[in-house]
Design a protein around this ligand. Structure first.
Ligand code: ATP
Ligand code: MG
Length: 351
């Protein structure tokens, strides 16, 4: 089956790790008889400087005709983050109902952990990606006066919470069956009890699963102290955002972490991107770790209905790390190109 994929390499190291990932995916596609057609879109900071927009006026329409969106990193230091977030990422996530942000976190061979106890970590964060704390509802009042105030509303809907909980439950049935829900119902007394109620109702439909609700503060500490005890964690937009960076850091370098913004039903394209940003401090040097982008590509293959190809690609980058080839962020000396060449040779070896 032919898949046309929209590619937004973006800025900084996005333009370095994207070609690396595409060359791995092309290799995999050939072996698994997949047809991947890349449509490169030059949206990013240069486009913003030229037009004042991150996304062209018809950008969402353009994206809608693709099987998936493969994103590198957008953003440069002199353009405020809020432009990339609200000008590109959030409109895409909402337009295409990418209501799940999925971030697998696991320890990889040869990757030193910050933890003294190196028991293997293998968990998945399921973040609600369309509503919750990230909302436009609110405003500022009495600017410059002593009573100056700001108000920011979080919006949780029954529909939104239950579909996130259901996704987490379905995922847990394919894993060890433990779901942890991040909450703060002792402090946030309207939306969080609502969240808890709906998560519990949804999980009650899955008698084989266990559900634990944990306060976000305690959960954050536990994720540092014993991350290996977690399997599937479901969290609101804000809590999920914070936990995913935390869990990613505990497992290894930010350069390794992938993410998927999923429209699980496949009615609209999903978007796949590494967790890291454009890393202006190392951009242009050819030393960025391409694994976060490559792993995001493996998640994309899964969503496109090619799980065997996805597993092959994951096994290949794990083997490349196990072989001792490491980029600078992992304490090695390999360049982006050398790391990529090793992954490609492992793809061939494992074919
Ligand atoms: P953004 O606002 O886009 O998230 P940021 O500057 O907050 O950007 P990153 O761009 O992810 O965050 O960079 C954080 C740190 O991690 C930087 O020191 C960067 O060099 C390093 N880093 C990020 N990605 C990689 C990578 N793929 N390989 C090596 N180092 C990386
Ligand atoms: Mg950042």
């Amino acid at each position: 089956m032919k898949h046309t994929i929209a590619v937004i390499a973006g800025d900084g190291i996005g333009t370095e790790v994207m070609p690396a990932a595409i060359s791995c995916l092309d290799e995999i596609a050939q072996i698994h008889d997949l047809s991947l057609d890349w449509n490169h879109l030059d949206w990013g900071s240069d486009h913003f400087r030229a037009t004042g927009r991150m996304l062209p006026v018809d950008g969402l329409e353009t994206l809608s005709t693709h099987s998936a969106i493969f994103l590198g990193a957008v953003g440069v230091p002199d353009i405020p983050d809020v432009e990339t977030l609200w000008g590109l990422l959030i409109p895409i996530r909402r337009e295409f109902e990418q209501y799940i942000n999925l971030r697998p976190v696991r320890t990889l061979p040869g990757v030193p952990s910050v933890l003294r106890d190196e028991r293997p970590i293998d968990l998945v964060l399921v973040r609600e990606n369309n509503e919750g704390e990230y909302s436009e509802v609110g405003g500022r009042a009495y600017r410059g006066l002593p009573q100056e105030a700001a108000m920011q509303q979080a919006l949780f809907t029954r529909h939104g919470v239950s579909r996130a909980a259901r996704f987490a439950a379905e995922l847990a049935t394919t894993r060890s069956g433990r779901v942890t829900s991040a909450t703060k119902s002792n402090g946030i007394i309207h939306s969080m009890p609502f969240w808890d109620e709906i998560v519990a109702e949804t999980l009650a439909e899955y008698p084989g699963l266990t559900l634990r609700s944990e306060l976000i503060d305690a959960l954050s500490a536990s994720l540092v102290l014993h991350p290996w005890d977690y399997d599937v964690i479901v969290a609101s937009n804000l809590f999920g955002d914070i936990l995913s960076d935390l869990a990613g850091a505990v497992a290894g370098s930010i350069g390794l972490s992938p993410s998927a913004n999923l429209n699980p039903e496949g009615r609209h394209p999903s978007m796949f991107e590494p967790v890291h940003g454009s890393a202006p401090d190392i951009a242009g040097k050819g030393i960025a770790n391409p694994i976060g982008q490559i792993w995001s590509g493996a998640m994309m293959l899964n969503q496109l209905g090619a799980p065997r190809a996805a597993a092959h690609l994951e096994a290949a980058f794990e083997a490349a790390l196990a072989a001792g080839v490491r980029t600078r962020d992992l304490g090695g000396t390999a360049t982006t190109e050398q790391m990529t060449a090793e992954v490609i040779s492992q793809i061939r070896a494992l074919a």
